[in-house]
Design a binder for this molecule. Sequence first.
Ligand code: CAA
Length: 240
Amino acid sequence: MARVALVTGGSRGIGEAISKALKSAGYEVAATYAGNDEAAKKFTEETGIKTYKWNVADYDSSKAGIEQVEADLGPIDVVVANAGITRDAPFHKMTPEQWHQVIDTNLTGVFNTVHPVWPGMRERKFGRVIVISSINGQKGQFGQVNYAATKAGDLGIVKSLAQEGARAGITANAICPGYIATEMVMAMPEKVRESIVGGIPAGRLGEPEEIARCVVFLAGEDAGFINGSTITANGAQHLV
Ligand code: CAA
């Protein structure tokens, strides 16, 4: 029977590429989205991948949503915590609201996504937790105190989960994408984006499929000894 994979924020951007790549690799995939019904509908029509709507920042909605996915598709073996937002502003202009929105979605959202599937993974002695962090969690970024804090937090989450899950056959790893050609990056002021791209030795933005490839690798049955690690995919922009 096909393994079941859940991808949060899985109908657009990097998440869309991840959902499609997992489906092509033989997984039964469920993709979540927060608000854009039209994009989700189009995505399901084009890919045949089921979508589910809930806010990852809310624990009860996440838990209920995950129960529904498991009722429909079976126990979740692979969870990809990908959903994320930006609310960029220099620190002196950042509002408490901008801080909390990003923390609630990007960081607490990872807890809310992984916590409900964790007991089942422990019982079944298999699980793959993959968290989409960011280059900016590794190096920080002007205008992203909130976002960088969450993405650095992701690395602490997977390193701790890796130690807790290892004996139960569960791995937890992070991927740190650099600047990828998605709506999120294209929404940046053009001048800022151009200056960032100028600093990428590869001379280009990354493609969502290049991140999806890392996810499929980490999700594999034969990736069980890769645990608590970070895959960096950033065109050599920042080397750790
Ligand atoms: N380093 C140093 N100074 C910088 C700077 C930088 N990287 N970027 C801007 N500045 C300076 C400007 O030169 C300007 O200086 P002056 O006032 O002396 O002219 C000043 O900061 C701009 O200040 P403002 O008060 O005008 O800033 P703003 O309110 O317009 O906000 C910003 C600017 C929104 C933070 C903008 O700089 C920005 O969007 N930065 C990019 C943030 C970024 O990289 N976001 C990534 C989004 S994609 C993503 O997050 C995905 C991923 O994982 C990679």
